[in-house]
Design a protein around this ligand. Structure first.
Ligand code: UD1
Length: 423
């Protein structure tokens, strides 16, 4: 049975919330655990449907995954299958990340072309170019990609675009290659650093993660002790609640946030007159009652630029700001899925090529809207907090992919949001 959220106008949200572990950090680390025969213990793992899907996928290959609260134990000692099923891979794009580790450890992997959020074509050519540069043979047939190599060889690889997934996949493959790999123009997101730290803890030799050049000294086998790895906090979940404070003109303190990781969001919030205080383990976001929220232009970019995963939520906020904002999406070619639904709530937005021109309005109005993907869904919930009258949001399984108990966590802060069966 599908579900929906019913959101009533909620007034200023107030309170303190602890941010969960990062979805986009744990998914690659789950894939990386396939590199080693020894068990790995992951802490601060968020209870999300995407994490369940990725766990099921590696279990289908023969790994054992056990969950206890926020801890996952992965034992890939008995991996027997090198072929991923379409049903499991179709559920999330990150499942393509099993390719690098399987190729490196077993010399072969067969994975269907991935699914995931409906935000553009999202090709995997950069992943495959990287594997080919490491000496792998690549075959496409019947919707599957097969990669094979007796032993990968280190190489100098320049990525045409700093793709997060390609950087992760190639980095994982290169850990067990013969010789050194240098990855240039690679992604520098905090999740890449988290993955490199995990890989180093299982015996990898990686330097430079977090910059645009990563050096990986290949080794023939991993010498790992018992591994416990703590997943970094989710900067996008944090950013979303920061915008919830702003759009509701509230006052929220978030703990378990690395202020550095949310800097682009903090800077943009300050630009539109929202107050942000950075503490040692978190941030406080609140509004000055004497200052209106004002328009600002923003452009999504690879880290440390403004994250594409925060673009939709910011559009909801700027829809309620004074003045005209221009939002330019440069990372994905089709990531304005929320626009039609925000317009149905009274927002004034025009799309011109890769930009959205947002004219702030005084009032948004509640209606029935549908979440088309994860962050678009979050944006609709944020807009609904501010809207007049009730809003019904369907398609909330998208939201559950990336936010732990989004509704009850918002309720803790004073939001009026309930989950109900959708007809
Ligand atoms: C990851 C995040 C996602 C985030 C995105 C950008 C995870 C699980 N997901 O997705 O939440 O929105 O980074 O920050 O971490 N591209 C190619 N060829 C490729 C690979 C990518 O052209 O081989 C293009 C994509 O179509 C897209 C752009 O590069 O336009 C960025 O994609 P990428 O950084 O790879 O995103 P993901 O790793 O899929």
């Amino acid at each position: 049975m599908s579900e929906k959220f019913i959101v009533e106008p909620s007034g200023p949200l107030r309170g303190t919330l602890e941010i969960c572990g990062a979805k986009n950090a744990v998914l690659p680390v789950l894939a990386a655990a396939l590199l080693t025969e020894k068990p790995c213990l992951l802490q601060n793992v968020p209870a999300l449907s995407d994490v369940d899907s990725m766990s099921l996928l590696i279990e289908s290959l023969g790994a054992r995954v056990a969950r206890e609260k926020n801890t996952l134990t992965i034992d890939a000692g008995d991996v027997a299958s090198l072929k991923a099923s379409y049903e499991l891979v179709g559920k999330l794009r990150a499942s393509f990340l099993i390719m690098g580790p399987l190729l490196a450890r077993f010399g072969r992997a067969k994975v269907p072309l991935p699914g995931g959020c409906a935000i553009g074509s999202r090709p995997v050519d950069l992943h495959l170019k990287g594997f080919a540069a490491l000496g792998a043979k690549i075959d496409h047939s019947h919707g599957f990609v097969t990669v094979s190599a007796k032993r990968l060889r280190g190489a100098k690889i320049y990525l045409d675009f700093p793709s997060v997934g390609a950087t992760e996949n190639v980095m994982m493959a290169a850990v067990l290659a013969e010789g050194q790999t240098i990855l240039e123009n690679c992604a520098s997101e905090p999740e890449i650093v988290d993955l490199a730290n995990f890989l180093n803890s299982i015996g990898g030799k990686i330097r430079g993660a977090g910059t645009d050049t990563i050096k990986i000294d290949g080794i023939s086998s991993l010498e790992q002790k018992n591994i416990t790895h703590n997943i970094i906090p989710d900067r996008i979940e944090a950013g979303t609640f920061m915008v919830a404070a702003a759009i509701s003109r509230g006052d929220i303190t978030l703990t378990n946030v690395l202020a550095d990781h949310v800097k682009p969001v903090t800077a943009k919030l300050k630009e539109v007159n929202v107050l942000v205080e950075e503490g040692e383990n978190g941030v406080r976001v609140y509004c000055d009652p004497c200052r209106e929220i004002i328009a600002a232009d923003l452009k999504t970019l690879p880290y440390p630029g403004f994250p594409t995963d925060m673009q939709a939520q910011f559009m909801a906020l700027l829809s309620t700001a004074q003045g005209t904002s221009v939002i330019t999406e440069t990372v994905f070619e089709n990531r304005f899925m929320q626009v039609g639904e925000l317009k149905r709530m009274g927002a004034e937005i025009k799309i011109e090529s890769r930009s959205a021109i947002v004219e702030g309005v005084e009032i948004l109005t509640g209606t029935q809207v549908a979440a088309s993907d994860l962050r678009a869904g979050a944006a609709l919930v944020l807009a609904a907090l501010r809207a007049e009258g009730p809003t019904e949001i369907t398609g909330i399984h998208h939201i559950d992919r990336g936010y732990v108990d989004f509704d009850s966590r918002l309720r803790e802060l004073g939001a009026s949001i309930t989950r109900a069966d959708a007809e």
